[in-house]
Design a binder for this molecule. Structure first.
Ligand SMILES: Cc1cc2nc3c(=O)[nH]c(=O)nc-3n(C[C@H](O)[C@H](O)[C@H](O)COP(=O)(O)OP(=O)(O)OC[C@H]3O[C@@H](n4cnc5c(N)ncnc54)[C@H](O)[C@@H]3O)c2cc1C
Length: 209
């Protein structure tokens, strides 16, 4: 049975990039992103929207979204018989492939942590390595429409790699450009070191200096 929200979402399907008969918007209110082959892009949509659009929304009891590596008793009881057999020998949590938000959060963690570990005075090779990494990251990022915009951002705002502080702030600005694009608040880049390197102890004192 189609819910009212779903039928509402499937009404306007004559948009570019939206395959015929497929929804334009997801349950989250975000636009559904489709790959070139017309299939919904798993890493460009939220899991909720992806499931809605693929009609794969399952009983939440069996969704297995737990981050606990051991299987919960609920998850185990909801398993199909073949999965039960597998679980007798292996204890895998039924984590789903990342959606756009999980992928983004994990990726920003990696990027900011790289900045936190970047040398204060990087030599030419270290600067070149990081420049190449950022460029390849933008090229290969698995959410294609995120990658497209991030590549453009990098072309217009070349990574500043002369020191840890400069790179950390450049990355913070880059992250803020995405925050603004998707309607999230900007992060105060004076605090990037506290968030990603030093921790928050005595942060008020540090800000007064
Ligand atoms: C390169 C890239 C491009 C992306 N493009 C898109 C896109 O086009 N559309 C889309 O929907 N999603 C995009 N994302 C995902 C998006 O940025 C978020 O990661 C996702 O929405 C999850 O957001 P979040 O609220 O968990 O926090 P995130 O934005 O993932 O941030 C994680 C943590 O970083 C800290 N933080 C926030 N802002 C900054 C900052 N400026 N500097 C330093 N630390 C900060 C905060 O503590 C926050 O909790 C992109 C991700 C990446 C890595």
């Amino acid at each position: 049975m189609t819910t009212e929200a779903e039928s509402q979402h499937t009404k306007d399907t004559n948009k570019p990039g939206v395959p015929h008969g497929m929804p334009v918007f997801g349950a989250s209110g975000r636009r559904i992103i489709y790959d070139e082959d017309g299939k919904p892009c798993r890493t460009c949509n939220t899991l909720l929207d992806f499931k809605m659009v693929t009609h794969a929304q399952k009983d939440p009891k069996s969704s297995g979204s737990s981050t606990n590596p051991a299987l919960s008793s609920t998850a185990v009881s909801a398993m199909t018989i073949p999965m039960k057999k597998a679980a007798e020998t292996t204890q895998y949590a039924k984590d789903e492939p990342p959606d756009v938000e999980q992928l983004g959060k994990a990726s920003w963690s990696l990027l900011h942590t790289l900045a936190a570990r970047y040398p204060n005075e990087p030599n030419a090779e270290q600067q070149s390595d990081m420049g190449q990494f950022i460029s390849l990251f933008a090229k290969l990022y698995p959410c294609w429409f995120c990658a497209k915009d991030f590549k453009k951002y990098i072309e217009e705002n070349k990574p500043v790699l002369e020191s840890q502080e400069k790179f950390g702030r450049w990355l913070c600005d880059a992250h803020n450009s995405v925050n603004v694009k998707i309607g999230k608040p900007k992060f105060d880049c004076n605090l990037w070191r506290q968030r990603w390197k030093d921790g928050w102890d005595n942060v008020d004192d540090k800000l007064k200096k």
